[in-house]
Design a binder for this molecule. Structure first.
Ligand code: HEC
Ligand code: HEC
Length: 226
């Protein structure tokens, strides 16, 4: 019941702000419509993330493309008062600001001076870190919060998982037979996957698993140039 009324509030928020924002026009072609958005990423960082310590626990929220990809998740975590973790709920004004920004398409700048280009996931650490690890693993496996003793913030510490796991039925990263990697079993485990299914964090998609396997097979390249 509580959850339902919270969701209703959420929907009302979205409806109210999108109704007065001429949403479709803005989203489809910001330049042609000459729109100046009310809030940019900097304003969201300064006025919402910093005062609520979001960037304290989620260092990756300093990066625009990460926040853009997670923007709907971030909005629901805030409107449903799941975040900030162990802290007071975000204020009504800050919720309004975040809602408006997300509904405007989460623009980086007030004056849309170029379309945002979605990157495709590539089989190198840089791309996998940015598009998968920092969105789906880093909240729990980072230098401050090393759950299971694991820190995935660099390729070096990620590879070191091999030496940190006491029980592992197969190599963490098996370059001879990528599908045999313990990493692959753990992100595709139907019963207890990583990220944990009760965490509200999206699971790793089949497409992402494919690129990760290709990365392992090609010898764990750090950047596209390696
Ligand atoms: C004290 C540390 C801390 C603070 C502050 C914090 N978070 Fe989190 N957040 C976490 C942790 C840890 C997780 C991983 C899931 C869990 O343990 O609940 C998480 C998970 C999330 C998730 C994904 C899971 C979900 O519930 O949707 C989102 C989105 C999120 N946080 C957004 C935010 C935002 C936005 C803020 C600021 C308003 C914030 N967090 C503040 C620690 C924090
Ligand atoms: C919401 C928190 C959370 C997120 C997000 C998360 N994990 Fe975990 N992870 C855990 C917990 C809790 C454990 C310890 C489980 C246990 O006690 O066996 C763990 C353990 C692990 C282990 C060690 C398992 C073992 O057998 O000892 C690996 C490897 C791992 N996680 C990988 C990942 C990967 C890869 C991602 C992202 C795709 C991820 N985790 C995302 C919470 C998380």
């Amino acid at each position: 019941m509580l959850k339902q009324s919270i969701n209703l509030l959420n929907v009302l928020f979205l409806f109210f702000f999108s109704a007065c924002g001429n949403f479709d026009e803005i989203k489809s072609n910001p330049r042609a419509s000459g729109v100046v958005f009310e809030f940019d990423f900097e304003a969201i960082k300064e006025d919402v993330f910093k005062p609520n310590n979001c960037t304290e626990c989620h260092k990756q929220y300093n990066d625009y493309s990460t926040v853009r990809k997670l923007s709907n998740k971030i909005l629901s975590a805030v409107l449903e008062n799941r975040m900030p973790k162990n802290g007071p709920a975000v204020s009504f004004e800050q919720k309004q600001k975040l809602t408006k920004w997300v509904n405007d398409g989460a623009p980086e700048f007030k004056e849309a001076n170029g379309e945002f280009v979605e990157e495709t996931l590539e089989p190198n650490w840089e791309s996998i870190f940015k598009n998968v690890i920092s969105l789906k693993c880093l909240d729990c496996h980072n230098p401050e919060r090393k759950i299971g003793g694991l820190d995935f913030s660099t390729l070096e510490t990620f590879r070191d998982t091999e030496n940190r796991l006491i029980i592992k039925p197969s190599p963490f990263l098996d370059t001879q037979n990528p599908a045999n990697s313990y990493l692959i079993s753990i992100i595709t485990d139907p019963n207890f996957p990583m990220p944990p299914s009760d965490s509200n964090i999206d699971g790793v998609s089949l497409e992402e698993v494919g690129v990760i396997m290709e990365w392992i097979k090609n010898g764990l390249k750090e950047t596209v140039k390696d």
